[in-house]
Design a protein around this ligand. Structure first.
Ligand SMILES: Cc1cc2nc3c(=O)[nH]c(=O)nc-3n(C[C@H](O)[C@H](O)[C@H](O)COP(=O)(O)OP(=O)(O)OC[C@H]3O[C@@H](n4cnc5c(N)ncnc54)[C@H](O)[C@@H]3O)c2cc1C
Length: 535
């Protein structure tokens, strides 16, 4: 196969135009092109009057790749590095105990899928409920402000990303094409096919729920087992090696191979790990506020005359500002046409996040505006960052009035350091509701200062970003894990043999795609160990 990069075509081109462009780039006739597979399609809006798609393609030709390569090719043509990732190794017959995975988020489900495909019959233990029941509990929280600490935006089948924009971008290096494998598996499970190649793929909440159910069915059909409302309360460790887990109902599950994929909100689990002496360290993360603007404003500013072009879709943005107090402010998890979410998992605490549906057709654009927090900013010890998050989440809960309403402020008032009394042109989307207040005390002073400085700077990049009626909602604290569970090059905990900490909760990934990839890598390493040791 040949790899062609930088093939540019107008956004409304047809399939023939792509073949003709490929033939031209290779100096061949269109009928000599046997197959074109789109590896990546990016959108280039630099010329707002004539935006284009920019393709990276894998192409088969009738005259043979080698012939063309030997002939000498244009700089944008090379031998394709792409090789489909295969799940290996296969389970050796007669293994006594099956592997256990704790957590049914992207990391746990992809570890489960990989182990099931390799023939290891994994058992997945998930503290929350199946995704539909979980959705009912979560929607009820958003409507009635009654939080179920075991079934919410953070906990339950599908993990933290189940109610999200389902953005599938990652910055990890993917030399083995595992991320691509994840995208293909998601398409097999019902995700929109274009996620496999567009440069900013996303699935959206409702579609994601169906995808999660289909992943479950795939794991079960391959010999896996999944138990819901099965919270792991304690690891059972003997002589520095794992031999099982004890569940909240007191039962024991024996296994010498445990993949711990518990996400960044399993605070009780972190406490248990710390108590048992599992090697942990504090980790930087970010905290801040969510900002909401009219999506039409963002489209106009980012897309110009293409603001309403359905082929282009809703505009997003990504902004960074290095503030004079030496803190960096950046936009995070921007959700075009979406909603700000109540994402708490602990009683009497408040957490925001964002989501959108596949169509991204809600009226507001939202994004977190966050500032990096280092271990030096919070109390010492592996769990200092977790306690710090909790402290600010509880403070926001109080500021919101103690009923899961979020504290909110208009941007104009925030910049002028005066409290807001109600919404203007932008209706806040957060449910169960917001209470207008002063956000200055909702976060450490250095975060508020840095965000106050950044908003007018961002307004110079996107005119209207500092519109006085834009809404700020507090507080965004769960941007990534505040703890890292240390592991060695075999993927096992530094202190407990057979324990494979993985995904976002282990501080080893950030986001749906990278957590899924880390789950697969952990599964392959665990499989190799089980085959080697015969247990
Ligand atoms: C509202 C929201 C929107 C997001 N949007 C995006 C997005 O658009 N794109 C993106 O890339 N990322 C997004 N993220 C982040 C993304 O969801 C996470 O990075 C990802 O889910 C991490 O995967 P994970 O499997 O490592 O952990 P999680 O998804 O957190 O899964 C961990 C699972 O373990 C279970 N668990 C925890 N403790 C125990 C225990 N003791 N016993 C049994 N089970 C346990 C939990 O219930 C949970 O289901 C979003 C997150 C949220 C909350």
């Amino acid at each position: 196969m040949l790899r062609l990069t930088d093939i540019r075509l107008p956004v409304d081109h047809d399939g023939r135009a792509l073949k003709e462009a490929v033939a031209l780039a290779l100096g061949l006739r269109p009928d000599e092109i046997l197959d074109i597979s789109i590896f990546r399609r990016a959108y280039d809006a630099r010329k707002k009057s004539a935006p284009s798609f920019v393709y990276t393609l894998d192409v088969s030709v009738s005259c043979g790749d080698e012939l063309l390569i030997n002939k000498g090719l244009a700089p944008n043509v090379s031998k394709s590095p792409y090789r489909e990732f295969e799940f290996a190794p296969k389970a050796r017959p007669g293994l006594a105990l099956r592997p256990v995975i704790v957590g049914a988020g992207p990391c746990g489900y992809f570890a489960g899928l990989a182990l099931a495909k390799m023939g290891f019959n994994p058992l997945i233990l998930e503290r929350g409920k199946p995704v539909k029941q979980r959705a009912a509990d979560t929607f009820s929280f958003w409507k009635k402000a009654v939080l179920d600490p075991e079934s919410n935006v953070q906990f339950g089948e599908g993990g933290a990303g189940a109610f999200s924009d389902g953005k599938l971008t990652t910055r990890i290096k993917d030399r083995q094409f595992i991320a691509r494998k994840v995208l293909f598996e998601l398409v097999n499970a019902g995700a929109p096919p274009e996620i496999a190649f567009v440069s900013k793929p996303h699935i959206g909440t409702y579609k994601l729920m169906g995808v999660v159910e289909n992943l479950r069915k795939a794991i079960l059909s391959l010999g896996g087992e999944i138990r819901f409302t099965a919270r792991v309360e304690e690891l059972v460790i003997k002589d520095g090696a794992i031999c099982g887990v004890r569940l909240a109902d007191g039962s024991l599950v024996e296994s010498k191979t445990i993949i711990l994929a518990v996400g960044h909100s399993a605070r009780d689990t972190y406490e248990m790990l710390h108590r048992l002496g599992v090697a942990l360290e504090p980790k930087p993360f970010s905290m801040g506020l969510r900002i909401e603007h009219p999506q039409a404003l963002i489209n106009r500013q980012q897309l110009g005359s293409n603001a309403d072009n359905p082929l282009v879709g809703q505009a997003d943005y990504s902004l960074v500002h290095h503030a004079s107090n030496k803190r960096t402010v950046y936009t995070f998890c921007m959700c075009p046409g979406g909603k700000v979410l109540a994402a708490a998992s602990e009683k009497n605490a408040l957490v925001t996040n964002g989501m959108s549906q596949y169509a991204r057709d809600d009226v507001n654009a939202n994004s977190a505006l966050v500032v990096g927090v280092e271990p030096a900013d919070y109390p010492p010890g592996p769990l200092g960052g977790m306690e710090f998050q909790r402290q600010w989440e509880q403070k926001a809960f109080e500021l919101g009035g103690g009923n899961y309403f979020a504290p909110a402020q208009l941007v104009g008032d925030f910049l002028a350091a005066r409290p807001s009394s109600g919404a203007g042109a932008v209706t806040p989307s957060y449910k169960p509701g917001v209470r207008f207040a002063e956000l200055a005390s909702s976060l450490p002073g250095y975060i508020i200062e840095a965000i106050r400085e950044a908003i007018p700077v961002f307004d110079r990049k996107i005119k209207g970003f500092a519109m006085p009626d834009a809404v700020l909602t507090g507080v965004e604290t769960r941007t990534s894990s505040p703890v890292r569970i240390l592991r060695d090059e075999t993927g096992q905990s530094l202190t407990v043999k057979g324990l494979y900490p993985a995904g976002e909760g282990a501080g080893q990934a950030g986001g749906i795609l990278s957590s899924a990839v880390d789950g697969i890598k952990a599964a392959v390493k665990a499989a190799e160990k089980m085959n080697r040791e015969g247990e």
